[in-house]
Design a protein around this ligand. Structure first.
Ligand SMILES: N[C@@H](Cc1c[nH]cn1)C(=O)NCC(=O)O
Length: 412
């Protein structure tokens, strides 16, 4: 039997939305890490100290984190198209502004604009997956969105580092800003709005915010899953994203480049694991015990790397496994969203993401504080990572399995 032309057009529109949503996430992930590609040159160009440069770069997150819930509320009420178009334009404009100025204050405004635009990417991509595709494809496709960001950032960082060395950081920023404008044009021309509760929503803005927040933030199950996701996600931002390399250099006496290579395995593993975990979960039609099992194996992997005297190759292999099973944390988005009505899908995903990011913002300095307090013992300070992931496994054990009728497939 052949598909009707209308169905073919919808399938095409769904995949175009997936590619544009993932492409936007990939672009914003590159934009967020871009200043780290040449910290010394950028700091001296703007006449900044290390701490001044750190503040300039972190402005991205100051706006990105609180915007998450706002983005979720907007998507559920107005749909995704206009926010992906506007968000990608702001993000690209912010990157270009950063590259075009020699005034630190203007660069700071550019960084804020980048973070503001970027805040629409991840949640919008998951919102599009939710509303364009059948419920039993959500875990796989949301895992694929995550993997695009991870792989793109890992490959991009290597390629762009080389390019920064030869062409200079401003050229690289301009190139990536232009790529962001490409996403903007693609969204403007090709992105179609899916059918969703937002298409028919007619509640006033204040009432929409009040009702959606009450539904999501008043739901104990959503909180438990958000905290599970946050604890489970910590090693990615805190170990792999900040302190892991230092721990391997100071406590395991690895060379800097070896330590960086070992730590990068987390991101590769995470890209593979978020797709595989999503595929397996959709195939089994099950989430909870995959999150539980994945979290236990992740905790064991980090414990092994921290405490066993392993050769460098084995450390890399174990962190690849830790990243792989860490990728199963993406299932917390499916679990949370499926427990709620479809008209708060965006707000629910945004809430889980915001709690996850907030956790990293607290734990990055906390691990630094613990390392200082223990006389520079990073192994002990980072033992909080497997402990938190094990706690995530314990919490999810008590989360009831529930699927809202909105997320039961009608077979189409
Ligand atoms: N995987 C998420 C973060 C998360 C939050 N809770 C569980 N995981 C992610 O990568 N989000 C992208 C972002 O930085 O917004």
């Amino acid at each position: 039997m052949t598909a009707a032309p209308g169905q073919l057009a919808a399938t095409r529109a769904a995949w175009i939305a997936f590619v544009i949503g993932s492409g936007f996430f990939l672009f914003e992930f590159v934009a967020r890490i871009e200043p780290s590609l040449d910290t010394t040159a950028i700091a001296s160009f703007f006449g900044l100290t290390k701490s001044g440069f750190g503040t300039l770069s972190s402005l991205f997150f100051w706006i990105y984190a609180p915007m998450q819930i706002v983005v979720g509320l907007l998507l559920d009420r107005f749909g995704a198209r206009k926010f992906i178009v506007g968000g990608s334009l702001c993000c690209a404009a912010g990157v270009l502004l950063f590259a075009a100025t020699s005034v630190a204050g203007v660069a700071a405004a550019g960084r804020v604009l980048t973070g503001f635009g970027a805040s629409f990417a991840f949640v919008s991509a998951l919102w599009l997956v939710n509303h364009w595709f059948a419920p039993e494809r959500f875990a796989l496709l949301s895992g694929a969105v995550n993997a695009t960001g991870m792989v793109g950032a890992a490959i991009g960082a290597v390629l762009l580092s080389d390019l920064v060395g030869t062409a200079g950081w401003r050229t690289v920023f301009i190139g990536s800003g232009l790529a962001g404008l490409g996403i903007f044009v693609a969204a403007l021309l090709f992105l179609r709005e899916p059918h969703s509760p937002a298409s028919e929503a007619d509640t006033g803005a204040v009432e929409h915010v009040r009702q959606s927040l009450a539904m999501v933030m008043g739901n104990g199950r959503a909180w438990a899953i958000a905290v599970t996701g946050m604890l489970y996600y910590l090693p990615v931002n805190v170990y792999a994203g900040l302190w892991g390399t230092t721990e391997l250099v100071t406590d395991h006496h690895r060379a800097q480049i070896t330590a960086e290579t070992i730590v990068s395995m987390v991101f590769w593993g995470m890209a593979l694991g978020s797709v595989f975990g999503g595929w397996l979960s959709d195939r089994l039609g099950h989430r909870k015990y995959l999150v539980l099992g994945g979290a236990v194996l992740t905790a064991l992997a980090y414990l092994a790397v921290l405490y066993l005297p392993l050769p460098a190759f084995t450390e890399g292999a174990v962190l690849l496994a830790g990243g792989f099973f860490g990728g199963f944390q993406m299932l917390t988005f499916a679990m949370a969203k499926e427990g709620m009505a479809n008209d708060v899908a965006g707000t629910t995903v945004a809430f889980v993401n915001m709690i996850g990011i907030a956790g990293a913002l607290v734990f990055q300095p906390l691990v630094g504080f613990l390392a200082d307090a223990t006389g520079g013992n990073f192994t002990l300070a980072l033992a909080t990572m497997p402990a938190c992931v094990a706690l995530a496994a314990l919490i999810v054990l008590f989360v009831p399995e529930y699927r809202h009728p909105d997320h039961v497939s009608d077979g189409t």
